[in-house]
Design a protein around this ligand. Sequence first.
Ligand code: PDD
Length: 297
Amino acid sequence: MYVYVNGKIVPSKEAVVSVFDHGFLYGDGIYETLRVYDSVLFKIDEHLQRLFRSASLIGLSIPLDTNHLKIALYETLIANRLSNAYVRLTISRGQGSLGLDPDFCPKPTVIIITQEFKEYPEAYYKHGIRLMIAETRRNLREAINPQIKSLNFLNNVLAKIEAKKQGAYEAIMLNENAFLAEGTISNIFFYKGGSLCTPSIDCGILDGITRGIVTDLARQEGLSVHEGMFTKNDLYAAEEVFLTNTTMEVMPISAVDSQTYPVGKIARLLRKLYRRGVNAYVSGVKAEGPSLWGLEE
Ligand code: PDD
């Protein structure tokens, strides 16, 4: 396996960063997770836009422009001969002396890790996965805004530990006012009385790219979509529940705590439409040009 490290694509054994990197020392950095379908980076522009927004929210200047980031991403995929892949693009503040001051770090560290995408077991989609509601609350927006996709992931790790202890696959975090926020790596939706509901951005969540696609698809299907503030009792009372993210796409939920749900028709429909949208996106990008898809001349 080859990894991109600051402009060089090197064997994974040689892919190392300094112990003085502020990403390691202070969780000072940002990242994106992308998925590659049939050699095409899905929604790359949206992911890079969000990366630049995260960078701007932490005052980090990304040393590559969008076009060079795309080249770096595709070159790493090509080096690894991957066509269906999981991609992790990480940018940290970089190497500097001890101390929080970002000015100690003159050069951000840019890392791209790609690996073969391992599909989730089909049984997960057929029967759903288990969720629990964590005691750990989502970071306060005024502390670390969840819209920053940051390396500072301890909030999510703590919730994930709770989920594992209870044998649940994913934990849902509430915000400081006990409204539903999001999962540790996912956004949540539920369906009740003809409405598809999902916590609004104001609840303090990451505006997932998959969440955006799924709400658009639902609206195009004529479903009423309600982005608002919901409690865990709203979730318990739902007819069906599902999660979204780049890797899971639309993942049905079989239980939240002790409440169980069937894998319903809305999750099945949206998963099907999502896949159709992926295929259309991939064909559209391929129709536009040759090997390095989506690059400007
Ligand atoms: N996680 N909320 C959180 C906290 C996330 O970390 C993610 C993504 C999402 C969903 O975002 P998207 O639909 O853009 O993938 C919501 C990725 C998959 C990760 O951490 O690897």
